[in-house]
Design a protein around this ligand. Structure first.
Ligand code: THU
Length: 129
């Protein structure tokens, strides 16, 4: 279950995107166990490879405030998209396979909830490290 407030927060975060190159404005929001919401947007760079996705910024926002466990994630993009591979590996570091992820759009007509483990079934995880 993804609270509506988290989905709305992701939509609002998308409005803060810095995406002058792709014009693809993305917002993300994560919720911690206390119900607090942390948001992020994509931040692009003229050196394109330095761009950071909204999901990682939302997670890093929460992580930098000491949060380590998450109960839900919401993602808003101009069309319904799933997190990129790099973001999936970062999500896997902190979230259970059962994490619900809401995929939505600015107007929210096609919101869909997916289970993180279904999206990314075999994350890299080395016992030796
Ligand atoms: N982007 C995200 O922020 N999250 C995603 O899940 C997919 C892609 C951003 C990166 C770049 O700024 C723009 O969307 C186009 O790829």
């Amino acid at each position: 279950m993804v609270p509506e407030a988290l989905i709305i927060a992701a939509r609002e975060a998308a409005q803060k995107a810095y995406a002058p190159y792709s014009k693809f404005c993305v917002g993300a929001a994560v919720m911690d166990e206390a119900g607090t919401i942390y948001t992020g947007c994509n931040v692009e760079n003229v050196s394109y490879g330095l761009t950071v996705c909204a999901e990682r910024i939302a997670l890093f926002n929460a992580l930098s405030q000491g949060v380590r466990r998450f109960t839900a994630l919401a993602l808003c993009a101009p069309e319904r998209v799933t997190p990129c591979g790099a973001c999936r590996q970062v999500i896997a570091e902190f979230c259970d396979a059962d994490l619900p992820i809401a995929l939505t759009t600015p107007k929210g007509e096609e919101t869909q909830v997916v289970r993180f483990g279904d999206l990314f079934p075999n994350p890299f995880d080395a016992a030796a490290l």
